[in-house]
Ligand binder design. Structure first.
Ligand code: MLT
Length: 231
């Protein structure tokens, strides 16, 4: 198996890969797997607030979720804290979500291959799933164009599960930091510190709770992308 790791959204070397793995550990991809784990029918990533609102008009039984500057968006049903996504709030419903970096990365890389969403929470499940593929593109969403510690760490933890050849430098860097303790990484990261400062420290703890969901990007009858789960 071969993989290319982008520590930031940038141009991949190849035009296509067997599987594209999007990482936004704090918090978009954590939330996507949590929502599906809690019974959401589908999670629709939207690149902007207007796009999310227009999807709401056409996607039945849907709730609006997401953040700007980590806070819930005015008029939306849910923010982007994993604990908000429960059987009661999303079970049997569709979730339309827009976030600052994570959902944009999904849109940008969906043309490069089949897409899944990964965070620390569903690392094992994605590992099991990706064994069936030969070439992986691993995209760390980062934060406002900067490398983020928690996404790089998640990529490294994932890579360390494999015996992989031909890693690019991004992959080598990720593997190097993957020896650290996950809670320490999340607390130390810039975004982790920001979440703590604004009273969302529990989101860090929530991001460490594991589930067995593989959120796979699919297409609905109207040709709109959504994440549906495999377990
Ligand atoms: C993002 O997409 O940038 C993040 O998920 C931000 C956050 O919710 O903390």
């Amino acid at each position: 198996m071969r993989s290319e790791v982008l520590l930031l959204p940038s141009r991949p070397r190849l035009d296509s890969y067997d599987l594209v793995i999007i990482i936004d550990t704090l918090r978009a991809t954590t939330v996507i797997s949590r929502a599906i784990y809690e019974g959401a029918m589908g999670v629709y990533p939207a690149i902007s607030i207007p796009r999310a609102k227009s999807l709401k008009k056409i996607i039945p039984n849907s709730v609006l979720a997401g953040e700007r500057k980590a806070f819930k968006i005015n008029g939306f049903d849910l923010g982007n804290s994993p604990s908000e996504f429960t059987v009661e709030s999303v079970g049997g419903k569709n979730v339309i979500i827009t976030t600052t970096n994570g959902t944009k990365a999904v849109e940008r890389y969906k043309g490069y291959g089949a897409v899944v969403a990964m965070a620390l929470s569903n690392l094992r499940a994605i590992y099991e799933y990706s064994k069936n593929f030969n070439s992986l593109l691993i995209v760390c969403a980062g934060s406002h164009g900067e490398v983020s510690l928690e996404d790089t760490y998640t990529a490294g933890r994932f890579l360390n599960l494999f015996d992989m050849v031909g890693l690019n430098d991004g992959g080598i860097i990720a593997r190097e930091i993957a020896r650290e303790d996950p809670a320490k990484i999340l607390k130390t990261s810039r975004h982790g510190r920001y979440l703590s400062e604004i009273g969302m420290y529990s989101d860090i703890e929530e991001s460490l709770i594991e589930n067995d969901v593989v959120p796979i990007l699919k297409t609905d009858l109207n040709n709109i992308n959504f994440f549906g789960g495999a377990r």
